[in-house]
Design a protein around this ligand. Structure first.
Ligand code: PRT
Ligand code: MG
Length: 219
């Protein structure tokens, strides 16, 4: 059995066409079913639904052979687990694209705060990305770890700035926040358990190759 870990929502939705290119059709809709293990049109392939931030963990420890995860999640995972041996990252899928940015309240003078060398309070789910970014800039920060709704932090006085994902920018705008720095561009990656790749080479290689061909066709 080959197990593919996906998270519900944009990653699941944007992975479906790649699976189709590999001749794999998911037989149940995760938005309608409560099942966490979904069968596919290939009896030897199943999809497991996990939290986005758990995808690298499942694949690294062999709970899944393959997975699709955002580069943001992958970087944070590697930092938290001191590297990620056993996790092979063969392919940029060019899906679920966005960027990691710094945002502040529209009335906060970020450039001036940086110029003055003020200590910044920064809230984020991406504390490792944030720490590295501000360290490289030589800006002193106090990091506050959050698990969601980052946009709220500057509005409530919890933080001066947030480090968060932005795609259209509509969420920032709706909350009266502005993007002041672009830290990195993000897309989703295929990740593969290294032991699985060795042991199930003949099953997994064709999936990677079909994904790669489908990605090449659209980029
Ligand atoms: O929701 P949950 O806490 O379970 O997990 P998650 O938020 O990590 O999962 P999910 O499915 O929301 O995101 C999975 C992956 O999709 C992320 O790790 C990114 O790699 C990628 N991705 C791409 C995004 C976005 N685009 C995105 N826009 N993830 C989140 N967002 C958020 C953004 O933070 C903002 O709050 O969507 C909101 C809307 O963005 P705007 O700029 O279009 O308004
Ligand atoms: Mg989300």
């Amino acid at each position: 059995m080959i197990t593919l870990a996906l998270s519900k929502g944009r990653i699941f939705d944007e992975t479906l066409p790649l699976l189709a290119a590999a001749g794999i059709e998911v037989l149940e809709d995760p938005e309608k079913s409560r099942k966490l293990i979904l069968p596919t049109s290939q009896p030897g392939v199943r999809v497991v639904l996990v939290r986005a931030s758990d995808v690298p963990t499942y694949v690294q420890y062999g709970g899944a052979d393959l997975g699709v995860t955002g580069l943001d999640t992958l970087i944070e995972h590697r930092a938290e687990w001191g590297g990620a041996t056993g996790l092979y990252q063969p392919l940029d899928l060019h899906i679920a694209k966005c960027r990691v940015s710094v945002a502040v309240r529209a009335d906060f003078d970020y450039a001036n705060a940086v110029r003055q060398g003020s200590r910044l309070r920064v809230a984020s789910k991406y504390v490792n990305i944030a720490r590295d970014f501000f360290a490289a800039k030589g800006v002193h920060v106090d990091l506050i770890k959050l698990y969601g709704s980052m946009e709220l932090a500057p509005l409530t006085g919890l933080a001066d700035a947030i480090v968060d994902l932005v795609s259209t920018g509509n969420t920032l705008k709706a909350n009266n926040l502005v993007e002041v720095e672009r830290i990195m561009d993000i897309s989703s990656r295929l990740v593969v358990n290294q032991a699985s790749l060795k042991l199930k080479q003949d099953r997994i290689r064709p999936i990677i190759d079909a994904f790669a061909a489908a990605v090449a066709k659209r980029t």
